[in-house]
Design a protein around this ligand. Structure first.
Ligand SMILES: [Zn+2]
Length: 255
């Protein structure tokens, strides 16, 4: 009986120790680089600069890179570096060896003209992206974003709206006509309605930017995960606006 009690005691102690190990600052990413929000923003700006200049580098998306990433996953660490120098391979392995480790999270519209990886000239493993028409925030999207912050260690969240957004345009028209969109499209109108209602005289562009701000505010004040990290400065949530004809992203506000 006594042996069972002692065994149980050590079992509980080991459980507590395991719990404490996961309770510190990003212990699961101790060997991975956390990209601070300001650095992540600089990287997005540089990538968009390459895109608008017509000089994309298409990083991290070659066939070799793809194979390398697959082989260097948590389940299959230490594979062949596929033509990289030893230094490059070591750097990439540090970044990817345990899991994906995106440096930024983007909540953007589903619009086919605004694919974030192209707009920011990034590749595999770089961006964690949630796309919903009108870049609206639903529970599943929020859960995905929280996962990328809490588990994957991303520290910058960008809400990206864009010129001529059809979802916002449709919501404005349907709300003005007091109508209803067919099928589940109405759920997008319902999500956008508070913003539309708050600016009865706003034009499309004003409304698109107001919607970005609305979603930025919702993320910044979201409890229990995001708000504390935003307040402490650990995580930054910003808005952006993509102009279709120039390809440029304007960052609407910082925090
Ligand atoms: Zn759109």
């Amino acid at each position: 009986m006594r042996k069972v009690q002692i065994a149980l005691y050590f079992f509980v102690i080991s459980l507590l120790a395991a719990y404490q190990r996961t309770d510190g600052a990003d212990p699961q990413h101790a060997d991975q680089p956390i990209v601070p929000p300001a650095d992540a923003l600089s990287r997005l700006k540089e990538g968009n600069g390459r895109f608008t200049a017509g000089n994309p580098q298409h990083p991290h998306e070659s066939v070799d890179e793809r194979k390398y990433m697959a082989l260097n996953s948590y389940e299959n660490a230490g594979a062949i570096p596929f033509g990289m120098t030893t230094e490059q391979a070591a750097k990439r392995r540090t970044e990817l060896i345990k899991s994906q480790h995106p440096f930024a999270i983007i909540l953007s519209c589903s619009d086919s003209r605004v694919p974030p990886e192209l707009v920011f000239d990034e590749g595999l493993g770089d961006l964690f992206i949630v796309r919903v028409a009108g870049n609206v925030l639903n529970d599943e999207g929020l859960g995905s974003i929280e996962y990328a912050v809490d588990i994957l260690g991303a520290r910058l969240i960008l809400v990206l709206g864009h010129q001529s957004c059809g979802a916002v345009d449709a919501a404005m028209k349907i709300v003005a006509a007091k109508g209803k969109a067919p099928g589940h499209i109405q759920s997008l109108v319902t999500a956008l309605k508070p913003v539309v209602d708050s600016m009865p005289k706003g034009d499309l562009d004003t409304m698109i930017k107001a919607n970005v701000k609305h979603v930025v505010d919702a993320l910044r004040s979201s409890t229990p995960i995001l708000k504390a990290k935003v307040d402490s400065g650990e995580v930054q949530v910003i808005g952006g606006y993509y102009t279709l004809d120039t390809g440029a992203v304007t960052f609407l506000e910082g925090k």
